[in-house]
Design a protein around this ligand. Structure first.
Ligand code: ZN
Length: 65
């Protein structure tokens, strides 16, 4: 699993669970698909199905690939 930080576009590895890298808050699945995750799915021809997450506390957004 890898987390992409939308602000810095850095792939971060996670071992257990999903936590905000900024404040350590819980990440919630975002209902709205971001443009970046939509793009990733189109580029990969549907192989990659990214999930959007948003931090509960600071509202920072992540994509889980
Ligand atoms: Zn946060």
């Amino acid at each position: 699993m890898a987390l992409i930080d939308l602000d810095k576009i850095i792939v971060k590895r996670t071992i257990l669970g999903i936590r905000c890298t900024v404040c350590g808050g819980n990440l919630l699945v975002s209902e709205k698909e971001s443009a970046i995750s939509k793009l990733a799915r189109i580029i990969s021809l549907g192989i990659v199905r990214p999930k959007d997450y948003a931090c509960e506390t600071c509202k920072k957004r992540y994509i889980l690939l």
